[in-house]
Design a protein around this ligand. Structure first.
Ligand SMILES: Nc1ncnc2c1ncn2[C@@H]1O[C@H](COP(=O)(O)OP(=O)(O)O)[C@@H](O)[C@H]1O
Ligand SMILES: [Mg+2]
Length: 621
């Protein structure tokens, strides 16, 4: 808007409109420019109303960290900050520093000779200069001239003073300072405008690191245009909205790391509730059985895979129809069953010999044949056989390689409950949670195989956005099969419109195995919440945290954390509505209160959170 005046100031008369101006015509710039600017000692008065003060940064902090200019930019009041950066030749700077170093050195020697105690600031300056000189000489750093100009605005004198005090306060904590450009307001205005011109020349020399840390847009905003609302950016209070399946993100995978009780599961539940609204489906592996309430409230399916009430999943089930014309569904199923059975009958690390595999292949096909199922798609609607039928077939074939004997405990023995009957659960719900609490160690890899098998079957049958959430994934990643399962999911997910979310208490657990690292390499969003001091060093190293970020993660509140995505980082607070909170919290006091209210509600017909009666409020029995 100052364009017209600026042009005059710069004496610019060329350009396509110059002719028109010379002929007495008016350009758009003339129309947009203010009618008058009064230039004062320490401010400019624009059109007699708005006061503008051009300031420059007079002192830089001794220590800076990433985004140190942010407090200034995130001030509630409007401020313009402009940075002028110019690379400097290293040689003269090193010579200048050498001279400075000798000056300081001689002053120190004089002090020592006279028996005076050395001045503290001189000691510090000597060390700083020596360090910088060395870094420059080595080529680790380069020198730049940095000029920071700040334009403050206010309605009146008092308002402007207050703004300046606020800006000074924002910088004071870091020992940085700004000053008004006295008698140079006009030059200050031009220097702060986005013209690439510097009339003030208040330079400070800085090194590459400082310059990089001064980059002001490091973390202020995080998000894509639309998607799931995750929470509030603690810097500047903007909304953090991300679309996991949007174009901006390379994939829909995500990791959430935090100590126990920091709010990891809560975050995932809030995300699930909001994702469902956008038509994103959800699978959850739930080792704590805490997603049941959520499942029930949204019409999902909670599948207990352990204990006396374990659901039945029949691995022999065939998809209702092939995904593509001419696809051999039966052959695929036979291969998947081979994988499952070999997991069941071998010890970790052992593999079936090719003869054993051959015998198993024959037996599985025979089992299907006995059930009247062949390659013909119309036979696929017939009731699928069961593991017990395979066992019978193996017996009838004379127990080749002892396969029947090795399979018996999954048919009649201790582990038979999962596979005894036809599938008893509906896996085609928008939210399906697999409860794996108290699952026998030996069954874990088998159950994960079953879950993965199921997920792939569904994913291929009905393409739509889905998130596969593994809560407390360290319980899974501890086992080789579990870790492999996760890394395979992370790698293959994107192609199948699937996003993997891995939640864990401990980064170390996830990083121990190669597979865990593979997961980390394939995530688009990382959310770190409050960390345990014991693992902080590792977290800091892996995620390259600044000292401030480290401090934040050690002390932040429940539900707060550092979200990293799209190349930026933001401190975020997860915020839920009371209705969402009621479904997501696991606080026993709140649950008890809700249950009490639910009972009263049964009597009065009014609900505490607007939910339908009899749903969602009772914990798992
Ligand atoms: N963003 C939040 N807002 C309000 N309460 C929260 C929030 N995050 C967590 N909590 C509270 O903290 C409890 C523990 O959180 P939870 O997600 O179960 O921890 P974690 O899974 O990290 O162990 C929740 O049940 C809830 O009561
Ligand atoms: Mg949890």
């Amino acid at each position: 808007m100052f364009y017209g005046l600026v042009k005059k100031a710069l004496g610019a008369t060329e350009g396509p409109r110059a002719g028109a101006a010379a002929r007495g015509g008016r350009s758009v710039a003339d129309l947009a420019a203010p009618t008058a600017i009064e230039i004062g000692r320490d401010h400019l008065l624009v059109e007699g109303r708005e006061r503008v003060r051009a300031c420059y940064m007079s002192a830089l902090p001794r220590h800076v960290s990433a985004g140190w200019l942010l407090p200034l930019l995130d001030m509630e009041e409007p401020v313009d900050v402009s940075l002028h950066i110019e690379p400097l030749p290293t040689g003269p700077i090193v010579r200048q520093l050498t001279r400075k170093l000798s000056e300081l050195q001689s002053s120190r020697m004089l002090d020592a000779k006279a028996g005076r105690v050395e001045e503290a600031y001189r000691m510090v300056a000597f060390e700083d200069v020596a360090r910088l000189r060395e870094a420059l000489a080595r080529g680790d750093e380069r020198a730049y001239s940095l000029r920071v100009y700040v334009l403050l605005r206010g309605k009146g004198e008092a308002d402007l003073e207050m703004r300046q005090r606020q800006a000074a306060a924002a910088l004071e904590g870091m020992l940085a300072a700004i000053r008004p450009a006295l008698y140079e307001q006009w030059q200050g205005l031009l220097s702060a405008a986005p013209l690439g011109l510097d009339y003030l020349g208040r330079r400070r020399n800085v090194d590459t690191t400082t310059l990089a840390y001064s980059f002001p847009f490091a973390s202020s905003h995080l998000g894509t245009g639309s998607g799931i609302l995750y929470g509030i950016n603690l810097q500047g209070n903007s909304l953090v909205v991300l679309d996991p399946f949007g174009r901006e993100l390379p994939n829909a995978n995500k990791v959430v790391f935090a100590k126990s009780g920091a709010g990891k599961s809560y975050f995932c539940k809030v995300e699930a509730l909001r994702a469902l609204l956008l038509g994103i489906e959800y699978y959850v592996v739930d080792p704590e059985h805490e997603y049941r309430r959520l499942c029930e409230a949204v019409g999902g399916e909670f599948i207990t895979l352990s204990g006396a009430r374990a659901a039945h999943i029949n691995p022999f089930d065939l998809p209702e129809r092939p995904l593509e014309e001419g696809e051999d569904v039966l052959a695929e199923r036979v291969a998947a069953l081979q994988g499952l059975v070999s997991l069941m009958i071998t010890t970790p690390g052992e593999v079936l010999s090719s003869r054993e595999q051959g015998a198993l292949d024959v037996a599985i096909r025979e089992t299907y044949r006995r059930a009247g199922i062949t390659r013909e798609p119309h036979t696929h609607r017939r009731p699928a056989p069961l593991l017990a039928d395979l066992y019978e077939v193996l017996r009838a074939q004379g127990n080749p390689y002892g396969l029947a004997d090795r399979l018996v405990r999954y048919v009649e023995g201790a582990y038979a409950h999962l596979f005894r009957e036809p599938t008893s659960v509906d896996l085609r719900r928008p939210l399906v949670a697999f409860g794996v609490r108290d699952l026998e160690e030996e069954l874990r890899p088998i159950v994960f195989y079953l879950i993965a098998d199921h997920v792939w079957r569904e994913v291929r049958r009905r393409p739509r956005p889905r998130i596969f959430l593994v809560d407390e994934a360290w319980t899974l990643a501890r086992h080789r099969e579990g870790a492999r399962f996760l890394s395979a999911l992370a790698r293959r997910a994107r192609k199948h419109y699937l996003g993997l979310t891995v939640v864990s208490q401990d980064v170390a657990d996830m990083l121990m195995a190669e597979e865990g690292r593979a997961v980390l390499q394939n995530v688009a969003v990382t959310f770190l919440m409050r960390q345990d001091p014991a693992v902080m060093d590792l977290v800091e190293e892996v995620f390259k945290l600044s000292p401030q970020e480290r401090q934040f993660l050690l002390s932040c509140d429940k539900g707060e954390g550092l979200m990293m995505a799209l190349g930026s980082r933001a401190a975020v607070r997860i915020v839920a509505s009371p209705q969402e909170h009621a479904l997501c919290t696991t606080d026993p006091r709140e649950l008890a209160a809700m249950q009490e209210a639910g009972r009263a509600w049964g009597r009065s017909g009014r609900g505490p959170c607007g939910e339908a009666p009899g749903r969602g409020l009772e914990g798992e029995s």
